[in-house]
Design a protein around this ligand. Structure first.
Ligand code: CA
Ligand code: CA
Length: 86
């Protein structure tokens, strides 16, 4: 096997694994994950106070949900809160 073929095989394998992972993640997306995607306007994986203004319940409970008090709601904190889109 040439180096190029080896490289191509490795690249193909990585793409395949990433595709399968993406499929798994998207099919397993929880209500909290879809809420995070909806509200996280700057795509940093966290909901800031400004981004939380798009969701009334989240905004009202922001300080309660932000358990590590860093001013942002992470997906873990969102999942712990059990708040969903509705
Ligand atoms: Ca954000
Ligand atoms: Ca936090």
């Amino acid at each position: 096997m040439t180096d190029f073929k080896k490289l191509a095989t490795v690249a193909l394998t990585i793409m395949l694994v990433q595709g399968v992972l993406a499929l798994l993640i998207s099919s397993a997306a929880s209500a909290q994950e879809s809420l995070m995607i909806t509200l996280d306007n700057d795509r940093d994986g966290l909901i800031s106070l400004r981004e939380a203004t798009g969701h009334r319940t989240l905004l009202e409970n922001f300080n309660k949900i932000d358990s590590n008090e860093d001013g942002y709601i992470s997906l873990d904190e969102l999942e712990a809160s059990q708040i969903s889109k509705g």
